[in-house]
Design a protein. Structure first.
Length: 184
């Protein structure tokens, strides 16, 4: 297990979202991957108040190489790294990994460092100037997940995910979301 993730044995391979990428994804995955709004809000529309967050990991860590590159961070820069499972009535729906630099936490009045079991989407989509900068997609095979992730999310097949760079007042953060079979 890596020291900066409880989800991954190694950094996932990501593909830049280019023209035509959408058509390479299964139809059910497209609807979630290209959702422009809050995934939390969309989950609540289906599952109501049953949507909950289980925090799997939240510590200051050095992000993976491509995460640092996307955010323009120095090699040893630590960020708040948060990994969670969104679920409803015990059904695992989404695994998520968020990388939040200290400068972004400061600009957001520290609310991003005190989420607890509150979904990130509830907070960031309330900011009036939230920008989506870039998005990548990935297909993660079962052997790339840690035993912990396989167990908590009941992963038995390849899982599609998206990785999005968001900015609040020009301060960036990275949110990776993986769509589990239950929501597809």
């Amino acid at each position: 297990m890596t020291t900066n993730s409880v989800l991954f044995n190694k950094e996932p391979l990501w593909q830049e979202n280019r023209h035509g990428t959408r058509h390479k994804l299964p139809e059910a995955v497209q609807a979630w991957t290209f959702e422009a709004g809050s995934l939390t809000q969309r989950l609540r529309a289906t599952y109501g108040d049953a949507v909950a967050v289980k925090v799997l990991f939240q510590q200051w860590r050095v992000p993976f190489l491509t995460e640092r590159q996307l955010l323009g961070l120095h090699e040893q820069r630590v960020c708040l790294t948060r990994e969670v499972l969104l679920h409803a009535n015990g059904k695992p729906l989404i695994l998520a990994r968020t990388i939040i630099p200290a400068s972004t936490i400061t600009i957001a009045n520290r609310s991003l460092s005190k989420l607890g079991t509150r979904p990130l989407g509830e907070v960031i989509f309330s900011y009036p100037h939230l920008e989506r900068i870039a998005m990548d997609v990935s297909l993660i095979n079962p052997n790339e997940w840690t035993l912990n992730a396989l167990d908590v999310a009941h992963i038995k097949q390849p899982i599609w995910g998206r990785r999005t760079v968001y900015a609040i007042k020009h301060q960036q953060m990275l949110v990776s979301e993986f769509f589990l079979p239950e929501i597809l």
